[in-house]
Design a protein around this ligand. Structure first.
Ligand SMILES: Cc1cc2nc3c(=O)[nH]c(=O)nc-3n(C[C@H](O)[C@H](O)[C@H](O)COP(=O)(O)O)c2cc1C
Length: 392
């Protein structure tokens, strides 16, 4: 079975729920592992007041016994602490009160509000924005934490770091060891270039003072992948498209690239690819990684590098012009408590999305109902790879 998941839950509803299928039996899982990533998603300079209210903690409600997965669906719940402030507006039962007495009628440019009410036939944008809110990404980070646990069994680790916020861009190319990359968590903007990180913090403060918001770019890095994950056999199996799609499914992500991505368009072929070398101890290897670890829709055994661009947050304290859907009057867009910049948090969501996709391709290739079955298949594959190396 392949890995699949569903999430449910409104931003100010009682809780977020996810169900994950396809995690093999025997994987060690604890709420602590998941909470660590949930906390990382909540950090970052530029977040709004909501993150002060929430301290996300997962409740594992099924699929795990005595710290090990059972091979059955894993259920995860994250209670919304803010729900207590929204019990009337977001009431599940009608209870004779009109929860929609104060509808949101002015859509925000750049948000799901206007297309959403048209699609579903609502007159209150809250019915759309509650689910379109990136609060949902807390669920994805929780699912991603399970995927990472699975990947870690096969020495795969996924990291992220921020390379741009507004006009402030990182100039230093970071080291690519687990130790180098994990240092991103120590930066208030998850940037590995300290000078640029200071500039980013200043940019965010300036944006806040001006009632503005900011976007940026983050990079996701996966270490320890074997070659041959994904496939060139058919379009939907190509891993580049799957990772690009996974990153672009994150709210506000407007572009994704693998390796040197868009820069490759400007280079001649001799400067665009990674020459192939061989070492009897190491196997095949490259001295450059312009392909970002993917060739032909498959991992090539090098470090996986994917980058995503996030647009500025659409909710502004100095709102853009919009139209009241009842009166037709031109008025400033709806204001909702909001982040000024969420690129550092989006990077953590990006890690989760890439981890889920990598866990999927690992399960497709090595499968198995239990972790032990999967390990047998994985080890056999690695032995086959080594046995196929040139023996001059
Ligand atoms: C981690 C994260 C936090 C976000 N926080 C906010 C926010 O506080 N306010 C807001 O208007 N949009 C926020 N967004 C962006 C919106 O969710 C997104 O722009 C909106 O759902 C519309 O989708 P689109 O930008 O993909 O068109 C956030 C996105 C992410 C990934």
């Amino acid at each position: 079975m392949s890995l699949s998941y569903k999430t449910a839950g409104e931003s100010h509803g009682p809780e977020l729920v996810s169900i994950i299928e396809g995690i093999p039996a025997g994987l060690s899982v604890s709420a602590r592992d998941i909470d660590r990533d949930l906390a990382r998603r909540q950090l970052g300079h530029g977040r709004g007041g909501r993150m002060k209210i929430e301290k996300d903690q997962v409740i594992i409600s099924s699929g795990v016994r005595n710290g090990l997965t059972l091979g059955s669906p894993v259920g995860l719940r994250i209670v919304n602490a803010d729900w207590r402030n929204w019990t009337e507006v977001m009431a599940v039962e009608a209870d004779g009160k009109d929860a929609t007495a104060e509808p949101v009628t002015v859509p925000r440019p750049g948000h799901a509000d206007l297309p959403g009410i048209q699609k579903f036939g609502f007159r209150d944008m809250r019915n759309v924005l509650e689910r379109a809110s990136a609060r949902e990404t807390a669920s994805r980070v929780a699912v991603g934490a399970l995927a990472r646990k699975l990947l870690a069994e096969f020495t795969v680790q996924v990291f992220s770091h921020v390379v741009r916020i507004g006009e402030a861009g990182a100039a230093v190319t970071p080291g690519m060891t687990a130790e180098d990359l994990s240092a991103a968590d120590e930066s208030p903007v998850r940037c590995l270039d300290r000078g640029a990180a200071d500039d980013m913090v200043r940019e965010i403060d300036r944006a806040r003072e001006n009632g503005e918001s900011l976007g940026g770019v983050f990079e996701v890095v996966a270490l320890g992948l074997v070659p041959g994950l994904g496939s060139s056999a058919s379009g939907p199996e190509r891993l580049g498209g799957r990772i690009g799609g996974a990153l672009m499914s994150i709210p506000a992500i407007k572009g994704a690239e693998i390796g040197d991505g868009f820069q490759l368009a400007r280079r001649p072929g001799s400067q665009a690819h990674d020459e192939i070398f061989f070492d009897p101890d190491r196997g095949y290897y490259r001295r450059t990684n312009r392909a970002g670890g993917l060739e032909g829709g498959m991992t090539n055994g090098e470090i996986l590098l994917a980058r995503a661009c996030m647009k500025p947050i659409p909710t502004l304290t100095r709102p853009l012009r919009s139209i009241d859907i009842n009166s037709g009057a031109g008025v400033p867009a709806h204001k909702e408590r909001s982040d000024v910049c969420a690129v550092p948090a989006a990077a953590v969501v990006g890690e989760a999305m890439v981890a889920i996709e990598l866990a999927r391709v690992m399960l497709e290739k090595f499968g198995g109902d239990s972790l032990d079955d999967m390990r047998v298949s994985f080890n056999a594959y690695r032995e086959r790879l080594e046995a196929s190396w040139p023996r001059p």
